[in-house]
Design a protein around this ligand. Structure first.
Ligand code: ADP
Ligand code: MG
Ligand code: MG
Length: 203
């Protein structure tokens, strides 16, 4: 049986930081089309702070890793995505409780709680052209199959499927119909977060 320990969660966060570094240019380019061209640099700053904080005072449980990561994102990322990703990780961490190891099933349930909290905080729903359009399918696929590869595929597909949507939340919504035809930056970075999770499981 697969169990995910504290070190696994630290590796997930550093894999996310590496993916965000690698894709920062693309995230900012997507945000320049329908936002204010800062999504890549916002998340680079945020996940660099997450990686530094995890090195400085390594937390002792999976839940504490995600809680610390969430707090760092909230305090270092100015912009809509900081509080939203911060809430995702804090709420997911809280739902994991204080055990030293979690099963994929427990992580699937905790991520579901985290995604629900993002929806509650931001008031967005599926189809509003936000990060939720990658996160909702990803947690759905994970809950159903307990396959991290399936979650990654669902997140990638969800991010791509934001292209024809009209934005109803965030800066992109100010553009109305002109937001149509562009991939949402936050859905794209959410697919990186889920992809990093699948990579960490596979590695
Ligand atoms: P800002 O728009 O403040 O500059 P970012 O560029 O870092 O912040 O993040 C933009 C992304 O945040 C969007 O692409 C979208 O996915 C996400 N987002 C914005 N508002 C919401 C919301 N209310 N609910 C969920 N996600 C949102
Ligand atoms: Mg922006
Ligand atoms: Mg901004």
């Amino acid at each position: 049986m697969v169990v995910l320990d504290t070190e696994f969660f630290r590796r997930w966060m550093s894999a996310t930081a590496a993916a965000v570094d690698r894709e920062a240019g693309r995230l900012t380019e997507l945000d320049s089309a329908i936002g204010d061209a800062d999504h890549g640099s916002n998340l680079q700053r945020g996940f660099a702070a997450v990686a530094a904080a995890l090195d400085e005072e390594p937390p002792g449980t999976p839940g504490a890793v995600l809680a610390l990561a969430g707090r760092q994102l909230i305090s270092t990322v100015g912009g809509a995505s900081g509080p939203l990703y911060g809430t995702l990780l804090r709420r997911t961490g809280k739902a994991l409780g204080d055990g030293g190891e979690v099963t994929p099933e427990q992580l699937a349930g905790a991520l579901r709680a985290g995604v629900d909290a993002v929806a509650q905080l931001g008031g967005a729903k599926a189809g509003d052209k936000t990060m939720l359009d990658a996160l909702i399918p990803a947690v759905g696929a994970l809950g159903q199959s307990l396959s991290f590869g399936a979650a990654r595929a669902a997140a990638d597909e969800g991010a791509l499927a934001t292209v024809p949507l009209r934005a109803h939340k965030g800066r992109a919504s100010y553009l109305g119909d002109r937001s149509i035809g562009h991939q949402d930056p936050g859905a794209t970075s959410s697919a990186l977060l889920i992809g990093a999770l699948a990579d960490t499981v596979g590695s």
